[in-house]
Design a binder for this molecule. Structure first.
Ligand SMILES: Nc1ncnc2c1ncn2[C@@H]1O[C@H](COP(=O)(O)OP(=O)(O)OP(=O)(O)O)[C@@H](O)[C@H]1O
Ligand SMILES: [Mg+2]
Length: 236
C-alpha cells in the first residue's frame, strides 16, 4: 500500500451490503465490504465459489445496486447518478471484460472494437483503433470474423474493445476462465502493461493464483466479507 499513497483514489466503497430475495428468504451475499482502489493499480478479488466476488464487482461497477453502503467512482457518488450519468460513465470512464468475451460473432474484429465508440456516438479515430489493436497483438486480424478466432484471440479483441474508449477503470470477471495457460499469461501480461503504462485501474475477479500473481494486491473474500488483503510480492 505504501507505494500507492500518492496516487489518486479512483474508486471507493464503504460499508457495502447486498441482499437478494430468494422466494421468501433474504440471502445476505455482501456483508459490509469497504475497499478503495487507486489510479493504475491492478487488483485481484479472490475467494471460494459463492463468496460474492462477482456480486461485489457488479456493485463496484454500477451493474447492481447495493442494499446499503456508499460508492464513489472518479469522485462521484455512483448511487446518486441518474441513468444518463451512468450511461456517460459506461461510455467514457469504465469498461468490462467478461469470461465469455461477449463479442458479436458475425462482426469482424474491427467492427467489434469500434462498437463502444459508435454507442457513445463519437467519431472513430482509425489511427487510435489501429494502435489499440496493436497493443493487444490483434492488428493482423483486424478484418477477420471473430468467429474464426481462438478463445485467447477473442479475449484480446474483448480487451481492445474495453480499451478503445480510453477508460479509467476496467472490471474483469474471470477473464481467463475459459483460456489455456498460454492465453492466460497473454491476457494477464496485457492487463499488467495497461495498468503500468496507461495508468488504468484494473479490478479482476479470478480463481487462479497464477493470474493473481500479475496483480498488485489481492482482496480475499469469504462469505461476503473481506477476509484479508495481501500485497503481491513482485517476482520480476
Ligand atoms: N441475482 C441473484 N439472485 C439471488 N441470488 C444471487 C444472485 N446473484 C448472486 N446470488 C447468490 O449470491 C452468492 C454469491 O454469488 P456470486 O456470483 O457473487 O459468487 P462468486 O464468488 O462470484 O462465485 P463463483 O466463483 O462461482 O463465480 C451465491 O450464493 C449466489 O447464488
Ligand atoms: Mg463469479
Amino acid at each position: 500500500m505504501k507505494n500507492n499513497s500518492q496516487k489518486p483514489i479512483v474508486l471507493e466503497a464503504k460499508g457495502l451490503t447486498k441482499d437478494f430475495l430468494v422466494g421468501d428468504r433474504r440471502l445476505s451475499v455482501i456483508k459490509g465490504v469497504s475497499c478503495s482502489f487507486v489510479q493504475g493499480e491492478f487488483v485481484s478479488i479472490m475467494g471460494p465459489s459463492g463468496s460474492g466476488k462477482s456480486t461485489l464487482l457488479y456493485l463496484l461497477s454500477g451493474i447492481e445496486k447495493p442494499t446499503s453502503g456508499q460508492i464513489y467512482i472518479l469522485g462521484k457518488d455512483l448511487l446518486a447518478m441518474k441513468p444518463s450519468q451512468l450511461s456517460d460513465l459506461r461510455a467514457n470512464d469504465i469498461s468490462f471484460v467478461f469470461q465469455s468475451y461477449n463479442l458479436i460473432n458475425h462482426f469482424t474484429v474491427y467492427e467489434n472494437v469500434i462498437t463502444p465508440i459508435l454507442i457513445a456516438k463519437k467519431r472513430v479515430d482509425e489511427d487510435h483503433v489501429d494502435k489499440v489493436l496493436m497493443s493487444v497483438g490483434m492488428f493482423d486480424f483486424k478484418n477477420s470474423l471473430v468467429s474464426h478466432l481462438s478463445g485467447g484471440e477473442q479475449q484480446r479483441v474483448a480487451i481492445a474493445r474495453a480499451l478503445v474508449t480510453d477508460p479509467k477503470i476496467i472490471f474483469a470477471d474471470e477473464a481467463t476462465g475459459n483460456l489455456d495457460s498460454r492465453s492466460m499469461v497473454d491476457v494477464m501480461s496485457i492487463f499488467r502493461r495497461i495498468a503500468n503504462q496507461k495508468k488504468i485501474t484494473i479490478i479482476q475477479v479470478t480463481h487462479s493464483e497464477r493470474c493473481a500473481q500479475f496483480s498488485d494486491r489481492v482482496i480475499n473474500l469469504l462469505d461476503g466479507k473481506i477476509r484479508n488483503i495481501s500485497d503481491i510480492k513482485k517476482f520480476l
